[in-house]
Design a protein. Structure first.
Length: 175
């Protein structure tokens, strides 16, 4: 196994594509979602894009945080760990644990918060584009708690401006 000291977004994308395999994001290959997140993260630097490509790899594949650490370094691994939902009986329980952890994040791990905002924005954009009202309702309901946990003023405000707008009742998909 190769240890990468300066992981590139391309290496992270290749690893994520390999690990996610045949998984789908709606009707699309899973990389469709990863590319959407990484595109949103372009203004925030290469390391943000690396974490963006890897944000679901531990949660949704056989990859471990240790695998991510050995390939992409400690900070990337810590951020991916923060972005991996804690175990729970249902979505509400998992998200409550994850949001509680995100609310405590400081220092260089705040990179995970930028990635989480981009991830949520990509998901909500997809809900609106695809008219997926049920999932939009879930994100809308979680938004105040999610925002309280993950928002840091001045960190990635453009992502939050669009996310807030897309989760306003006026933007709700029909259906």
């Amino acid at each position: 196994m190769t240890t990468t000291h300066s992981p590139t977004p391309e290496a992270a994308r290749a690893y994520a594509v390999e690990m996610h395999g045949d998984q789908k994001y709606g009707v699309h290959p899973y990389v469709h979602h990863l590319d959407a997140v990484a595109t949103l993260l372009r203004p925030y630097g290469e390391q943000a894009r690396v974490v963006g490509f890897l944000h679901d790899v531990v949660e949704d594949t056989e990859a471990t945080v240790a695998d991510v650490r050995s390939r992409f370094g400690d900070l990337v691994a810590r951020c991916v760990a923060l972005l991996t939902d804690a175990p729970g009986a249902n979505r509400k329980e998992r998200k409550a644990k994850t949001y509680a952890a995100l609310a405590q994040v400081t220092g260089d791990e705040e990179l995970a918060l930028v990635v989480k905002a981009a991830d949520r924005l990509a998901n909500v954009r997809a809900c609106v584009a695809d008219g997926h009202r049920t999932l939009w309702d879930t994100y809308h309901g979680e938004h105040p708690t999610f925002r309280a946990a993950a928002f840091r003023k001045g960190q990635c405000d453009p992502l939050w401006v669009e996310l807030d707008a897309l989760l306003s009742p006026a933007s709700a998909p029909a259906g």
